[in-house]
Design a protein around this ligand. Sequence first.
Ligand code: ZN
Length: 490
Amino acid sequence: MFAVRPAVGGAEGLRGIPCRERRDTTERWASALIDSGVSDLVVRGARCVATLDDQRREFADGWVAVRGGLIEAVGTGPAPAAQMTIDATDCLVTPGLVNTHHHLYQNLTRAWPGMTDQPLFGWLTSLYPLWAALDTESVHVSTWVGLAELALSGCTTSTDHLYVHPRGAGDLLGAQVGAARDLGVRFHPTRGSMSLSQKDGGLPPDDLVADDDEILTASEEAVARHHDRAWGAMTRVALAPCSPFSVTERLMVATAELAERLDVRLHTHFAENAEDDAFSLATFGCRPVDYLERTGWATPRTWVAHCVMPTDPEVRRLGAAGVGVAHCPSSNLILASGIAPIADLRAAGAPVGIGVDGSSSADSASMWLETRQAMLLAKLRSGPGVATARWALELATLGGACCLGREGELGVLAPGAVADLAVWSLTGPGYAGALADPIEAWLRCGPAAARDTIVGGIPIVREGHLVAATTLDEMLRAHRRLAARMQRLP
Ligand code: ZN
């Protein structure tokens, strides 16, 4: 057993974190309990607690103690007293999973028939006209439902890349932040953008792009309104031009400069498939990695989605620059883009996380499923010994935290880190006989959903059900109506 004081101040300091969301959750859950002298929550009796800490410690008969929204201690054997206890007998406890790439609004056009027989560019152009109907209501509801789906798969932190901002659609980012706050999921929205339309040689239609300067102004406003720099923040904002084939080079350069000035992170799609490579050569006269470097994006501030196409020397350049990668295996398979060189990127020094990608190209949004897919594909590409379940769990937790610039704060069960946990039951026919190794069992058996998902010490999924179950029913009814409207169905 070990119990170390949190890394940021003592207990008093932790309770005083200047973060509105932190205070909200405290009010909702534990304001009366704070001064009781015991932990707020203990998850105890786990078959295994996988800490993902610096020593990668794993505790049989393990427990995790939480106070003030942060991990207080982790250990094995008799657990400390707490105001609330969750019994994790026969369960694996991991850090909450971190989703590093998504387009939540795309669940409104899930399993859209137009993409079944064409790669990325044709699929996108078949969907742009439908997405032009986005408004604040459809963004709020799709974000809520999408984050609920993720929470049920053990995800506690998600980013989102909303790059469709139809003229006059309203404050779409604000609608997203409200949904995440309501549900209690830690959220990293990005201010996405498109500025290079078909008439200028880009991919999106003219009515879905905005002027570079408008985008930069909106990006700065989004950071000012929503970005919380505090330890344990529930909301952080990154800047995210959609892709090199949908924004101008000027916007790529100016966005990198703005991110540097505001000290926020950068995100975009990158080197996704052969069409993407060909577009770069034809339009910019260079390969995507060259373009990333010449626009000022080849820095540790950046994490990119997909990264399927880089050659071995390019992988080494990305690793040396510290560019993070959101690996989206299912999307890369459905769109027949290819298998990203994930093991090579990690070996080169690039942080790699997992992304479920948008629900029009994935179309499931289970972080567990995506993590399993990443393990299987890495075995196929790089050999069976390269990618174990522990390797994949590390991508889905620590790797994601690195991509989002929150190493040591997210994706790890260690004193002082946020109390974001997933509890996975290893019982039932699907796990019968899986006795030797609970982590290999977790990812190789299944299919698995989280039994409990806890964010900042607050359970948002219990016994496989969303705590906000009543709201879920209402949201699903609204989602059906909005999806039918967008798909022009009765
Ligand atoms: Zn994407």
